[in-house]
Every structure is written in structure tokens, then in C-alpha cells.
Design a protein around this ligand. Structure first.
Ligand SMILES: [Zn+2]
Length: 307
């Protein structure tokens, strides 16, 4: 199994995480951060299980964002084998749910949107894309519930659902079907390449983001492990006074440059800005060294910036 496209932390989540340490988020923003985190953790758990159990010759694409016929389509995971493309919609729901005539409810009878509907939409659009590319591959789509505390009552055994304790068997069965075949046909790897080329980088919509600006954010060095501002800086390293996490000074500075670029992608990065961003806890000289080493320098002495 080869992972051709790896999953990354969603940009919106990374921004919310960074902001949560430097400003106070509203209740809704905190909630949306928690939900996104939960979804992301579930997806990574699935990736892990897949890596452990899938032995077959296959190409895997994690987290694709595609535009198909004007529709935005989010694909959690795709596994391309010799003649079947497996599509997975991953859900990290916890607690008890009931399926009643095609609708999904919490045990308190609150209706929630049915992931099967979403799955049908995704697989239908993907089929249309394959058709337009004259690709003749079967798509087998499944919802995967990865949370150990998830329970679904009255599910139809025919529904395309894989529960946590079925994941390993699912991959085992695929391996069995593939056992006598050797090597993936070129058309399959070409399809995987074509799909990952079509992947669009996520751009968070302004309205999804909290309202923030440079002045409103707390400056200073942060511990990457626990988010504390109580970081002790020495000649070569940084040590968190709260949790004891230690990193080299270079790593810490690089991390803060990346954080700044994530939050202010339009702004030009300068030594002075990063110096302020770190609340002057690191010398300008050191920051400049790092910028020179890892970023491209633009402009003359005055007005020098990096990208
Ligand atoms: Zn810490």
C-alpha cells in the first residue's frame, strides 16, 4: 500500500488552534474548533488502522478536496486497487444513535444530517468525474464509524457502514481478493496521480474565521506542547516552565515564523515583525539568521522581507 497523498491538519483548524492561545475565542468558535479536532483525530485513527491492516497492492489518497461540475467535494479517504476504488467517509461520532426510515437520530430523538446522504452525493459526483475521464472503475463507498463509544440502533445490514470492530476485517477481505494478483496496472496509478493533481488547497472562507488582527493578539513565545507563555530562553534552547518541554531555539523561532505566516498570509515577513511577534524574547540577530537560512530574501537592506 502506498500513500500518494497524506492527510494534513486542516488550515482552518490550525488557525483556530493558533488563535486560541493568543486571544479569547467565542463559544461558537471554540465549539467549531473542538468539532474539527474530533473529526481530524478520527480520520487519523482510520489512517492508522488502514496502514496496519491493508496489505493489498493499493494506492491511497487521504483527504481530497475536489471541484466536480461546480460542486465542492470533500473525500476523506480513497483506496485504489486493481479494479475497485474504495471511498471512505469517516465519522468520529460518539454516543448512541438510532436509524429510523433512512433518517439518523440521537437517542434523544434529535435528527442529525445523515452521513449516508453525504456519501451518496460524494460517490455520485466521483462517478461522474470518472465518466468524464472515460475511466471504468467500480466505486465502493462506505461510512466508517471510528469511535469506540459509538452505537447505532436499527441499522440496516445492507447499509454501506463499517463499524470500528469491522475495519480490520474489511481490509483483510480486500487483501484476500487481491492476493493472486501482482502489481497495480498503470491506469490505476495514473488515476491516483490525476486525482491528487486535481486536489485543491483548502482556503478558509473569511466568514469561517474569527475576526482577528495583529494588534489584538498576545505576543510572545509559546510552548508547542502545552501552549504556555512561560518559556525560558537560553543561548541555544527553550524550555517550558510549566510542562518542561524543551526545543532548540532554532526550532522555536521557525515554528513562530510559520505561525505568523499562517495567521497573516498576506503580510510580508520581516525580522522586526518576528521580533515583535516573539515579544522580543529572542535577539533580532538570531531571527535574521534563521530567516536567511530557511526563507528566500527579497528587497534591499531597508525593506527586506522573506517568503
Ligand atoms: Zn509547556
Amino acid at each position: 500500500m502506498e500513500v500518494m497523498k497524506m492527510r494534513e491538519e486542516p488550515i482552518l483548524l490550525a488557525i483556530l488552534n493558533a488563535l486560541s492561545k493568543r486571544m479569547t475565542l467565542s463559544y461558537e468558535e471554540k465549539q467549531s474548533k473542538i468539532n474539527m479536532e474530533k473529526g481530524f483525530i478520527g480520520e487519523m485513527q482510520f489512517d492508522q488502522l488502514m496502514t496496519e491492516s491493508a496489505e493489498s497492492e493499493a494506492v491511497v489518497l487521504q483527504d481530497l478536496l475536489l471541484r466536480i461540475k461546480g460542486n465542492s467535494v470533500q473525500v476523506d479517504a480513497l483506496m485504489l486497487t486493481q479494479d475497485v476504488v474504495y471511498l471512505y467517509e469517516i465519522k468520529n461520532y460518539d454516543g448512541e444513535y438510532v436509524m429510523k426510515s433512512g433518517q439518523l437520530y440521537t437517542v434523544l430523538s434529535q435528527e442529525i444530517s445523515n452521513p449516508l446522504t453525504q456519501l451518496n452525493r460524494t460517490s455520485s459526483l466521483l462517478r461522474q468525474l470518472f465518466q468524464s475521464w472515460s475511466i471504468n472503475m467500480t466505486i465502493e463507498a462506505n461510512i466508517v464509524f471510528v469511535n469506540p463509544s459509538f452505537m447505532l440502533y436499527q441499522a440496516n445490514p445492507d447499509d454501506p457502514i463499517i463499524f470500528l470492530n469491522q475495519i480490520k476485517r474489511h481490509f483483510f477481505q480486500i487483501s484476500q481478493q487481491q492476493a493472486f494478483r501482482s502489481g497495480l496496472p498503470k491506469k490505476v496509478t495514473q488515476l491516483a496521480e490525476r486525482l491528487s493533481e486535481k486536489h485543491q488547497k483548502e482556503v478558509p472562507f473569511q466568514k469561517q474565521l474569527p475576526d482577528y488582527n495583529y494588534d489584538g493578539l498576545r505576543k510572545g513565545l509559546l510552548c508547542r506542547q502545552c501552549g504556555s507563555f512561560e518559556v525560558e530562553v537560553t543561548q541555544r534552547s527553550c524550555r517550558c516552565e510549566r510542562c518542561g518541554y524543551k526545543e532548540t531555539l532554532d526550532e522555536v523561532i521557525l515554528c513562530h515564523i510559520k505561525e505568523y505566516k499562517l495567521l497573516f498570509p498576506q503580510e510580508k515577513v520581516t525580522t522586526n515583525l518576528i521580533y515583535e511577534w516573539c515579544a522580543k524574547s529572542v535577539t533580532k540577530k538570531r531571527i535574521q539568521q534563521i530567516l536567511n537560512k530557511y526563507y528566500r530574501k527579497k528587497g534591499q537592506t531597508i525593506g527586506t522581507f522573506y517568503d
